[in-house]
Design a protein around this ligand. Structure first.
Ligand code: ADE
Length: 223
């Protein structure tokens, strides 16, 4: 898979993708990630890419010109063009799974008040939000999307089962609590059922705890 990120802050977008599982996946050739500075497509000598919003109001809006030239230059016939914005559809694991089957993602990062809407209408395939809060720019959000997608690429995770069993593989259930050694930590014991080796009982316990945790932390899912 190829991923191009178009942003004012390439270092912010790439930093979280430069370590651990994602770096290994990139080094193994599973994902080829590049970040591009939108200012490289600026139209004046000051490398300016934004202007004040039409109709007034605070903040700045990314101009259509540099975005149009950049997206057109980076986009191929097979490219899915995604805009990271708090105005987008909330990202869910099911969508991450679908996106991991794409061959080329071009992730455009919003900044300031957003990007000129004529670009959204003509060049963006979908708008994605990583949550109901506002970041200073879309570069971190792009990194979050890349991490979620790349770890699902075949061969990225050491144990393929972890991608299947984790939270949101069933979109209405969180994962059960997990424990490791020591069995006694400061007087707190690992539940006996997890040490007994009875896999039917362990499965039943995990399903019960998963439901309990979901009711407590995500009542919106257990409705
Ligand atoms: N840019 C700023 N905030 C964002 C969010 N919550 N999701 C995606 N992109 C963003």
């Amino acid at each position: 898979m190829k991923i191009d990120i178009l942003t004012l802050f390439p270092e912010i977008a790439l930093a979280p993708l430069g370590d651990s599982i994602i770096l290994r996946a990139r080094n193994a050739g599973l994902a080829e990630v590049r970040a591009h500075n939108l200012r490289d497509w600026a139209e004046d000598k000051h490398r300016r890419v934004d202007d004040s919003p039409c109709g007034g109001g605070p903040g700045m809006v990314l101009q259509p010109g540099p975005l149009h030239t950049a997206i057109t230059a980076l986009k191929k016939a097979n490219t899915r063009v995604i805009l990271m914005t708090p105005q987008g559809a909330p990202l869910k694991q099911a969508r991450v799974r679908q996106l991991s089957a794409e061959s080329h993602l071009l992730i455009v990062c919003g900044h300031y008040e957003g990007i000129d809407h004529r670009i959204v209408e003509t060049l963006i395939d979908e708008e994605i939000s990583i949550g109901d809060y506002v970041l200073t720019n879309g570069a971190l959000a792009a990194a979050v999307l890349c991490d979620a997608v790349i770890r699902l690429l075949p061969g990225a995770l050491g144990d393929e089962r972890s991608a299947v069993e984790e939270s949101f593989s069933d979109p209405n259930l969180l994962e059960a609590p997990c424990y490791t050694r020591p069995v006694d930590f400061m007087g707190m014991k690992v539940p006996d059922v997890l040490l007994g080796g009875n896999h039917a009982k362990i499965g039943a316990w995990r399903r019960e705890k998963a439901a309990e945790r979901t009711r407590e932390n995500r009542p919106d899912l257990s409705r």
